[in-house]
Ligand binder design. Structure first.
Ligand code: ATR
Length: 271
């Protein structure tokens, strides 16, 4: 039977086994999906033997998402531009194919939960410049946002995004991040702020326009303080769980041969 895995260090917290396990059971498909803890020093060796053990692919999570690009034989353009991969396919010819489906998950979650969202209607404001932010930036630019504003505590990471993604990227100072909400029609928290056990995202939202589509990559809790405040101000808010669910779908389809659905039942299974 086809096997897949999520590889990380640590890995116990990952929701991916519940997610893929739910789909395998729901569609009655032969296959298994397991969490595999792999130390950074062991990554290359583990990836070399996994295909010989019956694995047809894997998801990759922290801290391996960048390192896997150097090990894979084929890296998609978007994974290479983002600088990280989350989905591997172990091909029959022995080659490892690495892709990044986070941007796909992000956009699909937005379009499904905010059907009226129009990426071209105005500037997008992205808070954060880590790996997750890079996949969000790539997918928003691909969706046709006219301007991509970005602010990050560590400014040089925002500057790197501008260097990599081009002229539509406009950097805002972290101290004045609230200003980038002026006229923005899409707003994304791509930092880890607001996650359980972390500091909340305290951004002045006075410039936030009612009707803007506001989303958070954080999904524990589902309704962050940031989203709650945006909702109070008349914005359309979308939580981050859907991105996690949707980014998993392309890998599942490639490994197990069935296009899975993302619905309320899956949300319950994963939460
Ligand atoms: P991921 O791959 O999930 O994006 P990451 O690369 O560690 O993880 O990025 C985390 C993001 O959250 C970064 O934008 C980080 O800002 P820095 O680049 O300055 O580190 C941001 N972040 C995390 N904790 C933060 C905090 N307390 N204040 C401001 N930004 C924070």
């Amino acid at each position: 039977i086809p096997l897949s895995a999520v590889i990380g260090w640590p890995i116990a917290h990952s929701r991916s086994p519940a997610l893929h396990g739910h789909w395998l059971a729901r569609y009655g498909l032969p296959g298994a999906y397991v969490p595999v803890p792999v130390r950074p020093d062991d990554l290359a060796r583990v990836l070399k033997v996994m295909p010989k053990m019956g694995f047809v692919g894997a998801n990759v999570t922290i801290p391996h998402k960048e390192a896997v690009l150097k090990i894979a034989d084929i890296v998609t353009d978007r994974a290479s531009l983002i600088g990280a991969a989350n989905t591997l396919i172990f091909r029959e010819d022995g080659q490892i194919h690495a892709d990044n489906t986070d941007g796909y998950g992000f956009i699909t979650n937005l379009t499904q939960n905010a059907p009226d969202w129009q990426p071209a209607a105005g500037a997008a404001a992205v808070i954060g410049a880590g790996g997750a932010a890079r996949s969000v930036v790539a997918s928003l630019l691909e969706s046709g946002v006219p301007e991509l504003r970005i602010a990050n505590r560590t400014r040089i990471r925002a500057e790197q995004i501008k260097a990599d993604f081009g002229a539509k990227v406009v950097i805002y100072d972290w101290a004045q991040a609230g200003n980038m909400l002026e006229g923005a029609t899409t707003v994304v928290n791509a930092t880890s702020m607001g996650m359980l056990g972390h500091q909340p995202l305290k951004l002045p939202l006075d410039a936030l326009r009612p009707g803007a589509v506001v989303t958070d990559l954080v999904y524990t809790p589902l309704m962050t303080e940031f989203l709650t405040e945006a909702l109070r101000r008349g914005c359309k808010v979308v939580d981050g769980l859907g991105m996690l669910l949707h980014q998993a779908a392309p890998g599942f389809e490639r490994w197990f041969g069935h296009r899975p659905e993302v619905d309320a039942e899956l949300r319950q299974a994963v939460l």
